[in-house]
Design a protein around this ligand. Structure first.
Ligand code: UD1
Ligand code: CA
Length: 451
């Protein structure tokens, strides 16, 4: 089948008014990735060849976004929204190039799985003219109904055009259609707009193809594959389904999730077998976790690499550009950003490490802050191997602490500390004998006099 050429067309011109958003509907995200990009990824995973995006509402934003998530996609603007068949024809020049398979998908149906696309294409390879992905639901309101006669699909009827009998049909159109490329333009051009909405319905090509003697089939997939997102409640529902799928996949691949329902992955999170993840952990985009790493509860991790046997949290935040080497530790209430933490280093409590290197086996005391920003520029802090930073120290960047350098607690370090040196950057302690008692007595008598 992979020898068959394919054009995947994703319809995304709709306004999505029910999202009540300035952002085009299909750019709203699930697991950190726009919905339409999920569809593009599934198409790609199914080997779905060239990609055409039909855009309209928010065309500029759509172009900008698609340059990132699908750089090879061609965009076609549908100037007026006259229906799904009209939308597909916006990509006429692409279809006219001639493909074996033409797949049509909706940008607001982000949970479509590659295997559903592959199954539909297989039917085409076996000789079908049109294949529709259907799903069953006890609550079919709003969906096009698949009308079958003798095991063959003869029509799709939109809700508004259904007879009472047809309205009771629970086998519905997901929106995914696979069309034999030889007939695609001919079928699309035969679609009219004589229906309740006055739109050119893509779904009409089923009856047209059947009347022309082509074989038309429905394949069946789960309801999730067809879940169309129209408002933010449905967006949350889509997110929940996506997360559920991903958690299961992670666990079956050997990752321990103590409380799976409380762990949130991004679309691209990579977690190796034998990672151990406690409850309430959130992964933003760009995270890779190696085997044997332990992520304690309530940690937030984004754009970071967590090496093998590293311990993170509880309550830790790793921000983009963080790279933690094996056996290192970032403990509670620590934030690390754009920093390399080398093997076995420890940042155990209440610290901010940004734009820095922490050398192997170094120890960063509680309350240590790298002062990396002066209001205008970011500067770098380099902490050497086996260095020791005493609690509550401020390292004012740019600054270097040499290997084995020792910073006394409470220091403000503004100058480089050579290797193995001891640095104090604080006022010396003074002892005034008896003065504590004298102060206390003076304050007490002053208060009494005032009463
Ligand atoms: C469509 C199907 C219906 C199916 C349902 C599944 C048609 C006629 N109906 O109905 O059978 O059960 O999806 O969710 O196809 N779009 C454009 N340009 C247009 C019109 C639509 O790009 O002119 C895009 C929309 O942005 C959306 C998709 O096509 O991504 C589907 O359009 P929508 O209006 O939501 O179709 P439904 O009425 O939901
Ligand atoms: Ca819809």
């Amino acid at each position: 089948m992979s020898s068959r050429s394919c054009l995947s067309i994703i319809l995304a011109a709709g306004e999505g008014t029910r999202m009540k958003s300035a952002l085009p509907k299909v750019l709203h995200k699930i697991a950190g990735l726009p919905m339409v990009a999920h569809v593009a990824r599934s198409a790609e995973a199914a080997g779905a060849g060239d990609l055409a995006l039909v855009i309209g509402h928010g065309a500029e934003e759509m172009r900008k976004a698609s340059a990132k998530f699908a750089p090879r996609a061609e965009s076609f603007v549908q100037e007026q929204r006259l229906g799904t068949a009209h939308a597909v024809l916006a990509a006429r020049t692409a279809i006219a190039r001639g493909y074996d398979d033409v797949l049509v998908m909706f940008g607001d149906t982000p949970l479509i799985e590659a295997k559903a696309l592959t199954a539909a294409r297989e039917k085409l390879a076996q000789g079908a003219g049109v294949v529709v992905l259907g799903f069953r639901t006890p609550n079919p309101t709003g969906y096009g109904r698949l009308i079958e006669t003798g095991g063959k699909l003869v029509a799709i009827r939109e809700e508004k055009d259904c007879s009472e009998d047809e309205r009771r049909v629970t086998f519905c159109n997901s929106g995914l259609m696979a069309i034999d490329g030889r007939y695609a333009l001919r079928l699309l051009e035969a679609v009219g707009n004589d229906n309740a909405k006055g739109e050119y319905y893509l779904t009409d090509i089923v009856a047209i193809a059947a009347a022309q003697g082509l074989d038309v089939f429905a394949t069946e997939a789960s309801f999730e594959n067809a879940l169309g997102i129209n408002n933010r409640a449905e967006l949350a529902e889509g997110e929940a389904i996506w997360q559920k799928r991903r958690r299961r996949e992670a666990m079956l691949a050997g990752v321990t999730l103590v409380a799976p329902d409380t762990v949130f992955f991004a679309y691209d999170t990579e977690v190796a077998p034998d990672a151990y993840i406690e409850p309430n952990v959130f992964f933003g985009p760009g995270v890779k976790v190696d085997g044997g790493a332990v992520i304690h509860a309530f940690s937030h991790i984004e754009g970071a690499h967590v090496g093998s046997r590293v311990e993170i949290g509880p309550f830790a935040r790793l921000r983009p550009g963080t790279d933690i080497d094996e056996r290192a530790k970032v403990g509670n209430f620590c934030e690390v950003k754009n920093a390399k933490v080398e093997q076995g280093a420890k940042i155990s409590h209440l610290a901010y490490i940004g734009d820095a290197r922490v050398g192997a086996e170094a120890n960063i005391g509680a309350g240590t802050i790298t002062c990396n920003y002066d209001g205008f520029n970011k500067s770098y802090t380099d902490i050497g191997r086996k260095a020791f930073i005493g609690s509550n120290s401020s390292l004012v960047a740019p600054v270097t602490i040499g290997d084995g350098g020792h910073v006394a607690a409470g220091s403000v370090i503004t100058e480089d500390v050579p290797s193995d040196a001891l640095a104090f950057g604080r006022a010396r302690q003074k002892i005034l004998p008896e003065r504590g008692r004298m102060l206390r007595e003076r304050l007490a008598s002053a208060k009494k006099a005032a009463e």
